[in-house]
Design a protein around this ligand. Sequence first.
Ligand code: G
Ligand code: G
Ligand code: MN
Ligand code: NA
Length: 246
Amino acid sequence: VDLERDLRQALDGQQFTLYYQGQFDGATGALQGFEALVRWQHATQGLLLPGKFIGMAEETQLILPLGAWVLQEACRQAAAWHAVTPGLTISVNVSAVQFEHPGFSAAVREALERSGLPPGCLILELTESAVLRDPAAAAAQLTHLKRLGVRVALDDFGTGQSSLSLLHSLPIDELKIDRSFVQSANRVLLEVMLHLAQGLNLRVVAEGVETADQQALLRTLGCDSLQGYLLARPGPAEDARSLLTL
Ligand code: G
Ligand code: G
Ligand code: MN
Ligand code: NA
């Protein structure tokens, strides 16, 4: 209850901030883009991770204004970084509650228009469960989003229930292999996932890359993009900025 009250005040009081984690070309190591990760600078509890407040934000629908702010801020920041690194992508996590809301594609359009970010540089990360709650509605929503020109990624891929036919039928651009697969370093499993993605013409991002061995295996398997503590930790915009000039 206190958290809910605090959350409302935090939205008004601009206590949210975005951290950014780099994503790097699997073959060349070049910076390709960032994933935006929301943080709450709580007055007394310090910096709170999303695990502490996203659930509450979803239950109270406060995820709608919070999610709209995240979209605006991520697009604004990415557009500013384009002055240094044109074409940089920005990936934004979208909760099921946000995705299912009828106003979602309008919120995305507004963030693009206000920031001037090229739509193809915005990647919306959805979870399998967000898409599976109502596949027909999800397909309709995805059609709206694709018309705007944004890209769509399936986050935490491999942990959910999505069927091959769903993957084939929905207009998805990218799979993010869940870090549990990356860290198991199970070559057979990773190989199957990459072949599947390549066969469906999907870009693949591996997340949670923590060791040089994991990186080498993913490179051998032709993974498009790598994300993880080995390459860069999530950090505030000032830290992320220093990756641009590398
Ligand atoms: O660093 P990390 O603790 O940020 O993220 C934990 C979880 O919170 C991840 O599953 C991530 O997808 C989610 N998350 C991070 N930022 C956002 C956000 O802006 N919106 C939503 N809905 N989830 C987010
Ligand atoms: O579910 P989602 O993919 O959005 O989650 C992103 C989460 O993964 C964030 O909490 C981020 O801090 C975390 N993360 C990013 N890189 C690594 C990594 O190399 N190892 C681990 N354990 N977590 C990571
Ligand atoms: Mn994500
Ligand atoms: Na993930």
